[in-house]
Design a protein around this ligand. Structure first.
Ligand SMILES: NC(=O)c1ccc[n+]([C@@H]2O[C@H](COP(=O)([O-])OP(=O)(O)OC[C@H]3O[C@@H](n4cnc5c(N)ncnc54)[C@H](O)[C@@H]3O)[C@@H](O)[C@H]2O)c1
Length: 214
């Protein structure tokens, strides 16, 4: 990313911008205004212009944004021109679904190995990805692995993360409903559909209350 400090909220919106631009390029739309783009991603155009301004002059007044140029810029910014290898830990219901999906629409991220403690699963494959024993994780050289996806029961998330950390992994996408205690140079993102749904329900009800009071 650019050397200028990019706020976390901006960085978190970039993948959505990138995915939308990929779609626009695919359908042959060559340029777009910030307000039109805002309608597509449901973010106000001021925020969009501010987000892009952190990266220099990406658009032109009166012209808008060149979709191909912006998409290529974001691809580099998001490191999508390199293959990111990840591992998955915990091959249960959720882990199996993620392995079957394996980022098929995104050629730049791949689950290269999975780990579990269940002897019945170890040594088998799901959609071509081998399931290895957890015991092998600590000894594995995972320095080329960008991140670990944690889909283990909450009670085992910390021990699984510690083993992954010992093997050199510095990024975690944690689906287990628990907080992890990890060094400050490790980056963790939590994914929780319950939290997302609660936020959605709150916003829906809040919007309804506001409409009723008008
Ligand atoms: N974030 C979300 O929105 C969301 C949604 C669904 C489930 N979850 C969470 O994801 C996790 C997995 O859910 P699930 O339904 O797939 O569970 P599951 O019980 O079907 O699968 C868990 C898997 O983890 C393995 N496992 C247990 N201990 C392990 C360890 N120490 N190391 C490696 N593997 C281990 C088990 O053998 C099993 O294969 C749970 O923590 C659940 O709460 C989160």
């Amino acid at each position: 990313m650019s050397s200028q400090h990019v706020p976390q909220a901006t960085a978190e919106r970039l993948p959505l911008y990138y995915r939308t631009l990929q779609h626009l390029v695919t359908i042959g739309k060559t340029r777009i205004s910030s307000s039109e783009f805002g309608n597509l991603v449901q973010i106000d155009s001021t925020t969009i212009r501010k987000d892009f301004s952190y990266f220099g002059a990406l658009g032109r007044k009166g012209y808008g944004y060149d979709t191909q140029h912006l998409m290529e810029f974001l691809r580099k910014t998001l490191y999508q021109d390199e293959l990111s290898k990840v591992v998955l830990i915990g091959v249960g219901h959720l882990g199996t679904a993620l392995l079957n999906h394996n980022f098929q629409k995104n050629n730049n991220t791949k689950i290269v190995r999975a780990y579990d403690v269940d002897p019945k699963k170890i040594g088998t494959e799901i959609s071509g990805t081998e399931i290895c024993a957890m015991d092998e994780l600590a000894g594995a050289d995972n320095h080329d692995i960008t991140a670990a996806i944690l889909t283990v029961p909450a009670a085992h998330a910390q021990e699984a993360a510690d083993l992954a950390l010992a093997s050199g992994i510095r990024g975690f996408l944690n689906f287990s409903p628990t907080t992890l205690s990890l060094p400050s140079n490790v980056y963790v993102r939590h994914v929780d559909m319950t939290v997302e749904l609660q936020a959605l329900i709150y916003f829906l009800n809040h919007a309804m209350e506001q409409r009723n009071s008008q």
